[in-house]
Design a protein around this ligand. Structure first.
Ligand code: AGP
Length: 610
């Protein structure tokens, strides 16, 4: 993870780099640092904690200069200390910022120590600084030194490098971690994510794997590919409004993003529906032909995106009649899968840069899948560029580490896939009903979000708890998993999601008055089964919190049951709707507990390391 930003500009870059770091803080926030070229010398500050600490430090001791690199860290090698924070220097001859992991750093470190280099950090990154210094000492240009050095690195990296030997130059390199070039007017920038640079440009070049880039005074940009050939890469206009990266009137990004859901669900559907189906062309011009060949689907994702895939398995089987396999990317990539003819490989990812998901896609390419589809929120991300087909979820930038609107728009995309790839299991009438229901969904979501005050009150019952169980059945089992993930990641309360029918096979032993049990109970075919499972909880003294359809007949006359009623929705779309109150519940519990809602401890938004 970690975030990188760099600039070679006509003006002082400290403010540009600092603003960039603030926008990249979702990628890591345990320490931060900046190096700026001042009078042909490297000047640096590094601080522990959030970017605000670096901001304070710079307010007291500014770093003026027209070229610089900066970094916000998510620790992999070595604790979050100032010495481990980036940029790393080698004898003030080289400064480097790095996102990724250098897997062969121990061997390189031994060689460099034997050659007399002293290490001042526990990081893998410091070997890059010393290797660069070593190569520069032999007379290489900075560009050549980076090109030479990266050939010796194993693992993943996005780099920003500078040296007082070439004061108006910054070199970037990427392999396995994201890096974009921001194209300014007579200025040039680097960042892990375009969002970091929207304050200075809306034109971006997405570097390819193995690319090196040289940024020079006057906005000159030279890109060389992994074979050493100078290449032209297309310049893309960035689509999002810059305001998407601010909290507006909301207290936290997460709350803003929860409340954006009606709008982004509408955007995700825009222009993609027919009368009784979804338009296959929305997935790309080759999609109709590829979907016609598709007999099975393999879904791959991590975390919340994986939960979206679990919901989609129910949909694809029930409505499309397509067999589905699903697995987390970190496991799939090390298996030896047997691929049935006509299997479409589908990845789900908010960021499109998740290391395991990307590796799974690359691994899958040699396995004989009929094609690959990425369902993703970030246009131009690695996953999108490397897949045959792509559908953008159009959620807009999601800054809160806990995924909310990215999940629900993934569900919309997956329902569109279900409708587009269908093999006739659902009748045209059934499909038309789903299409009609999708169109009314933004309004129904607004009605659910209006329950925010009630959910905030409900949250008080959780603030002192240490554990919680989430239950659901059918397509609501993954909703329960997602509810539990949300609660644990932002409130640090231990939570588990279970299929309600599985409770009696073990977890029921945990139920007592200290274990709140949250269940989603839409009025579907499994409702009566679920109600029996909930009785089992009550009989053991458990306290129940149920999100249910009006008229499901759950007796809430006793103190041990609280029911919050949701508006009616088409059965197929209930998993999406029932996710919303669980997001709000986790949010309010976290606020009551006083945790860092948008940047929970130990986590980062974009997981670009394995
Ligand atoms: C969810 O709240 C997470 N923070 C996390 O599980 C996330 O969904 C996962 O890391 C996958 O990310 P991606 O969608 O960007 O690939």
């Amino acid at each position: 993870m970690c975030g990188i930003v760099a600039a070679v500009a006509q003006r002082n870059v400290q403010g540009i780099l600092l603003e960039g770091l603030k926008r990249l803080e979702y990628r890591g926030y345990d320490s931060a640092g900046m190096t700026v070229m001042h009078k042909s010398a490297l000047t640096r500050h590094r601080t522990v904690g959030k970017v605000a600490a670096l901001d304070e430090c710079l307010a007291n001791a500014p770093l003026p200069g027209k070229a610089g690199i900066a970094h916000t860290r998510w620790a992999t090698h070595g604790k979050p200390t100032a010495a481990n924070a980036h940029p790393h220097h080698s004898d003030d001859q080289v400064a480097v910022v790095h996102n990724g992991i250098i897997e062969n750093f121990e061997g390189l470190k031994r060689e460099l120590e034997a050659a007399g280099y002293a290490f001042s950090s526990q990081t893998d990154t410091e070997v890059i600084a010393h290797r660069l210094a070593d190569t520069l000492a032999g007379g290489a240009t900075l560009f050549d030194a980076v090109q030479h050095t990266v050939r010796t690195l194993g693992g993943a990296y996005a780099l920003g490098v500078m040296s007082p030997r070439e004061p108006g130059v910054v070199i970037g390199a990427r392999q396995g971690s994201p890096l974009v070039v921001g194209v300014g007017i007579d200025e040039a920038f680097l960042a892990s994510d375009p969002l970091a640079l929207l304050q200075v440009t809306d034109r971006f070049i997405y570097l390819e794997e193995g690319d090196l880039v040289e940024l020079k005074n006057g906005g000159r940009i030279r890109i060389v590919d992994r074979d050493g050939q100078t290449v032209e890469r297309p310049v893309h206009m960035f689509e999002y409004a810059d305001g998407a990266a601010s909290k507006g009137n909301y207290r936290h990004f997460m709350l803003k993003e929860i409340f954006e859901q009606p709008a982004v669900i509408g955007a995700a559907l825009e222009g993609r529906l027919g009368e009784a189906s979804a338009l296959a062309e929305s997935f790309g011009p080759e999609a109709p032909a590829l979907f016609a060949q598709t007999r099975q689907i393999q879904l791959i994702a991590c975390g919340t995106s994986y939960h979206a895939g679990l919901v989609a398995r129910y949909w694809l089987e029930r409505y499309a009649g397509v067999p589905v396999q699903i697995e987390v990317a970190s496991e799939f990539r090390y298996r030896h899968p047997v691929v049935a003819d006509g299997t479409l490989f589908v990845t789900l990812s908010q960021s499109g840069e998740t290391a395991d998901t990307l590796a799974a896609l690359r691994f899958a390419k040699a396995l004989g899948y009929v094609g690959s589809l990425a369902i993703c929120n970030v246009p131009g991300s690695s996953l999108v560029r490397e897949s045959d087909l792509a559908l953008m979820t159009r959620a807009g930038p999601e800054i809160g580490v806990a995924s909310t609107k990215a999940f629900t728009t993934q569900l919309i995309a997956l329902m569109l896939l279900t409708l587009a790839v269908g093999k006739g299991r659902a009748s045209a009438g059934e499909q038309a009903e789903i299409v009609a229901a999708l169109k009314t969904l933004p309004d129904i979501c607004r009605q659910v979000l209006a329950l925010d005050g009630d959910i905030e009150t409900l949250a008080q019952a959780f603030a002192e708890k240490r554990h919680a169980l989430f239950l659901g059945r059918g397509a609501h089992f993954p909703v329960a998993l997602e509810g539990a993930l949300k609660l644990k990641e932002i409130s640090y309360i231990h939570a588990e999601g279970y299929p309600a029918g599985e409770l009696k096979h073990g977890p029921l032993a945990l139920v007592d008055s200290e274990m709140p049990v949250i269940s989603v109970a839409p009025n579907d075919a499994l409702l009566e089964k679920l109600k029996s499972n909930l009785q089992e909880v009550r009989a053991r003294g458990g306290e129940l919190f149920v999100f249910a359809d009006e008229g499901v007949g759950i007796d809430d006359s006793e103190d041990d049951v609280t029911v919050l009623y949701l508006p009616p929705v088409h059965e197929a779309l209930a998993p999406l709707l029932y996710t919303l109150p669980l997001q709000l519940l986790s949010y309010h519990v976290a606020v009551l507990k006083g945790t860092d809602v948008d940047q929970p401890r130990n986590l980062a938004k974009s997981v670009t390391v394995e």
